[in-house]
Design a protein around this ligand. Structure first.
Ligand code: AMP
Ligand code: AMP
Length: 357
């Protein structure tokens, strides 16, 4: 989508009555609550089966029905949103269920081009390496596996069907089992991303890059709660062996994390570098939320295995404030609210063009 067409749309908006809109899933409660806290009208676009969630919390001033997520792209729906001066806040479901936003003319908060970098693992890797980060080794083909690896697939699928292997034979055996269990499609094996498994402590850092303040902010940190890997430790080892249990990584929830303070230097430097490189790869560079997904190894070295170029669901551990957002702002602040605050400030300063794409 040509950026100038989107800028044309936002130019027509009444800046005093902007509506914040998002799809009803992933982190919509976070986004909508944040928008209300900053005084915006809110619209939630949701499917029948998720309606119960958004009706229960009362943070959507209006709920618009969708048969399925891609209906967002229908002309009538887009016209209605533009009519409401809507800015869309994208999240993981945009990647997982819609994909490219080429046909979306409604302004999106953040940089939709970087979301495309996120879903392409090769591009993503280039971005992180150019930012000088340490990444796990990757293997081009299963035959090259010579150590413990984790096998993943493209897109934001929340760990579903991921598995571990230590050899080419084990890779093919487990891939077969995953297909039989219905956790992955046979065709996905070919696109599998094979990555060295780093043993350590996971931390997901939710950062925010603010064009208004020209700074990188740490808003929250979390770790995941996953089925079945987090359940395995509750079963004795001999039972695990007898039952032939195999961990997978379907995300179920998240826990908040506070880091050993000295480790924050690595994370903040990494985030700043990622933002610098983003400016070279996709104009206008990073805007708003992004997440660095890392493992700290036994030497407390940070190894980054993924970046999400949008809000992550784990940032919801920081509602109404995380220790970090509170230290920074001295008031309740969390990702959804931070996004809305940026939109409000950008509107006041005539900078809306710089925070949407
Ligand atoms: P959902 O709205 O639950 O269908 O999630 C949309 C996409 O985001 C899916 O690909 C999920 O796997 C992913 N997702 C949802 N919640 C989380 C979470 N708490 N942590 C990580 N990924 C998530
Ligand atoms: P992801 O969907 O990439 O965020 O990862 C899903 C799960 O796999 C999380 O529990 C991660 O901590 C774990 N994971 C992903 N990549 C690695 C890696 N290279 N080493 C260790 N754990 C990983």
């Amino acid at each position: 989508m040509d950026r100038s067409r989107i800028l044309e749309v936002i130019k027509q908006y009444d800046k005093d009555s902007i509506t914040i809109a998002t799809l009803g899933s992933h982190s919509a409660l976070n986004i909508l609550r944040g928008a209300k806290d900053e005084g915006f009208r809110t619209v939630c676009l949701c499917r029948e089966k998720e309606r119960i969630i958004y009706e229960s919390f009362g943070v959507a001033d209006e709920i618009l029905d969708l048969k399925d997520y891609p209906d967002l792209l229908k002309k009538s729906m887009q016209d209605e949103l533009i009519e409401k001066n809507a800015i869309i806040i994208p999240h993981g479901s945009f990647n997982a269920y819609i994909g490219k936003l080429d046909e979306l003319i409604v302004p999106v908060f953040g940089n939709r081009m970087l979301m495309a970098w996120e879903v392409d693992r090769e591009k993503q890797r280039k971005w992180l390496i150019n930012a000088g980060l340490t990444l796990p080794k990757t293997f081009d083909k299963p035959e090259d596996i010579d150590r413990l690896v984790i096998v993943k697939y493209p897109g934001a699928r929340g760990g579903m069907g991921y598995f571990l292997a230590s050899s080419p034979e084990e890779f093919y055996e487990k891939a077969k089992q995953m297909v039989e269990k219905g956790l992955i499609d046979a065709s996905e094996i070919e696109n599998a991303h094979i990555q060295e498994y780093i043993v350590g402590a996971n931390v997901y850092f939710s950062f925010f890059y603010s064009p208004v303040f020209g700074r990188v902010e740490l808003i929250a940190a979390d770790r995941r709660y996953e089925a079945s890997v987090d359940g395995l430790g509750r079963i004795p080892a001999d039972q695990q062996l007898r039952a032939g249990l195999m961990p997978t990584y379907t995300v179920i929830g998240n826990f908040p994390v506070v880091l050993r303070e000295s480790l924050l230097a690595q994370a903040i430097k990494a985030a700043r570098n990622v933002v610098e490189v983003s400016k070279q790869i996709a104009y206008p560079g990073m805007v708003g939320p992004f997440c660095l997904e890392a493992v700290f190894d036994e030497n407390a070295k940070m190894i980054v295995f993924e970046i999400s170029a949008r809000i992550v669901a784990g940032s919801s551990v920081g509602i109404p404030a995380s220790p970090y957002s509170y230290v920074l702002f001295g008031e309740p602040m969390y990702m959804g609210r931070r996004i809305a605050r940026e939109i409000r400030l950008a509107a006041e300063k005539n900078m809306l063009d710089e925070v949407i794409y």
